[in-house]
Design a binder for this molecule. Structure first.
Ligand code: DGY
Length: 326
């Protein structure tokens, strides 16, 4: 009798992923919605052929060693894979896969929501109502800014950046400028203009960070960048927290170097409840919920499972970060 592959899943995941895995493999789950403790992870991956992990699980040499020589694939249920040591996986011939594309619409929608939340001071308004601070109508209370005729800047014109540009264009923004590693041909879909990073910082009224974190983007938004930005600029981040230097952002927001910020991602995550940024009215912070829709999470779970099936059957998975024997 042929032996079934063993798969370890580090969290409860949506049904479409669970069903797929259960029908093909011997699957063990960390049966919780919370992060698996490190010792449990190390203990439970022993002898498995595949690991389905989350972006909160640090997958490094230690995990690969504990898993042992049968391990063929690490499939993360996320787009980002900063938590996986690719060098260690390459050395051990372990494939790495992710779940690209399926969450892009959800994250682009949330980015637009965060732009409006921040630019129109909506959270301050909602809190004021709850806290009994809603007095008689005042001409200059909680005034924000319109999108119309503003320059929208996008840092990183991948699927999410593209989705944000397409969605905000109908608001009547004046120009859409973007920076990426190069000019991208599909920018003509929304009349986008490729600009150097410095010009992106100088010219944007609303600047959305939609890029990933890598050595080039780490702390790209720092003291120097904030000095170049408009005093009226609004900075939005739905990419990765590490793209912004947070102490510098605090200084920029408290010295009126920029007007406001809306962050769905921070560094660290979760942001401690006593973090200085949480004391500011002009900083809206969400708990990394860009892909929190059932459409997105169901597909992410399904693709993470499909990727394992594909790799174990010697095929090319949808999100191929690292092939098995690179
Ligand atoms: C990802 O997929 O990397 C997101 O940040 C979490 O959904």
């Amino acid at each position: 009798m042929s032996q079934r592959y063993k798969v370890y899943v580090t969290r409860r995941i949506p049904d479409p992923g669970t069903r797929l895995l259960d029908s093909s493999f011997d699957v063990t789950f960390w049966d919780s919605d919370d992060v698996i403790p490190r010792e449990e992870l190390l203990k439970n991956v022993k002898g498995v052929d595949a690991i389905l992990c989350m972006l909160t699980d640090k997958i490094n040499d230690e995990v690969l060693e504990h898993a042992g020589p049968k391990l063929q694939v690490v499939s993360t249920m996320s787009v980002g894979y900063e938590h996986i040591d690719l060098k260690a996986c390459r050395e051990k011939g372990v494939a790495v896969t992710n779940t690209p594309n399926v969450s892009s619409d959800s994250v682009a929608e949330l980015t637009v929501a965060l732009v409006l939340l921040t630019a129109r001071r909506l959270l301050e308004g909602a809190y004021a109502v709850k806290n009994g601070q809603w007095g008689k109508w005042k001409p200059m209370w909680l005034c924000g800014v319109e999108m119309k005729k503003r320059t929208l800047g996008i840092m990183g014109l991948g699927r999410i950046g593209y989705g944000v540009a397409k969605r905000l264009k109908p608001f009547g923004v004046g120009r859409i400028v973007y920076h990426d590693v190069q000019k991208l041909s599909y920018d003509s879909d929304f009349g986008g203009e490729y600009v150097e990073f410095e010009d992106l910082a100088k010219e944007s009224d609303i600047l959305c960070i939609c890029c990933n974190l890598n050595p080039q983007t780490k702390h790209l938004f720092n003291k120097d960048t904030f000095q170049k930005m408009k005093n009226s600029a609004i900075l939005i981040n739905t990419g990765r927290g590490g793209v912004i230097n947070h102490p510098d952002l605090f200084d920029a927001l408290t010295s009126n170097q920029i007007a406001a910020a809306g962050l769905d991602v921070t560094d660290p995550e979760p942001l401690p409840a006593d973090h200085p940024l949480l004391t500011l009215n002009n900083c809206v912070i969400l708990p990394h919920m860009g892909s929190n829709t059932w459409e997105s999470r169901n597909r992410m779970a399904e693709i993470a499972a499909e990727n394992i099936i594909t790799v174990l059957n010697n095929g090319h998975p949808k999100g191929e970060v690292l092939q098995r024997w690179n």
